[in-house]
Design a protein around this ligand. Structure first.
Ligand SMILES: [Zn+2]
Length: 209
């Protein structure tokens, strides 16, 4: 506890999510069970999820299952509704713009507003496990701060740059019922859905009715 507080102080109040990444990720996924991924069209992906209010063993088990599922699908981030659970929690295992790995979980995430001088748009490619095999270029700020709670309910702030900033925004969007393709133009969205229709996911998915 004391160690954690010291770390948080030297890190400007942001959670330390870059230490023991390999061990923490492995521990989660070995306790968890991999579940199939929901895909675009499944109602659970298109509405706001419920707030997490119980920070209990059930939540811990859900997070373990999410890490197991993320590994199977080879993702860098996963929201609970992507394994069919209507709760505001996402996990990540993602490199930032310096190649530093970040591993963690955020409950009830809220994206903080950026000051205009912090809003530098990055035009990289984006994809989503729930839109299998499709990719599209999407401009997003290259810096993001999310505040929320950890698995024990303690308030946390998570800061990301580059690809990790994109991940934090993408996963927060999921929990409010928004997919990245919802941010594309009509034509680009159609193209992403065509890519998905033509491809075959390399991981188990939940069929839509
Ligand atoms: Zn996604």
């Amino acid at each position: 506890m004391a160690q954690q507080e010291t770390d948080q102080l030297v890190n400007d109040g942001f959670v330390v999510d870059t230490e023991d990444c390999e061990e923490r990720e492995r521990a989660h996924r070995e306790r968890g069970t991999s579940r199939p991924i929901t895909v675009v069209g499944n109602p659970v992906l298109h509405k706001e999820c419920r707030d997490v209010t119980e920070f209990d063993d059930e939540l811990a088990a859900l997070i373990d299952d999410m890490f197991a599922s993320q590994r199977t699908a080879e993702g860098v981030g996963l929201a609970a509704n992507q394994i069919g659970v209507d709760l505001k929690v996402f996990i990540y295992d993602c490199p930032d713009d310096e190649g530093v790995r970040h591993v963690g979980a955020v409950c009830n995430p809220v994206l903080e507003e950026l000051a205009p001088e912090q809003r530098v748009l990055d035009d990289s490619n984006e994809g989503c496990l729930s839109v299998p095999t499709a990719y599209a270029s999407l401009a997003r700020p290259d810096y993001a701060v999310v505040r929320g709670q950890d698995a024990e309910g303690k308030p946390i702030r998570v800061r990301g740059t580059g690809y990790f900033a994109r991940c934090l925004q993408h996963e927060t969007d999921h929990l409010y019922g928004r997919l990245y393709i919802d941010r594309l133009s009509k034509r680009e969205r159609k193209d992403a859905l065509r890519q998905m229709a033509e491809g075959a996911p390399r991981y188990p998915v939940v069929p839509n009715d």
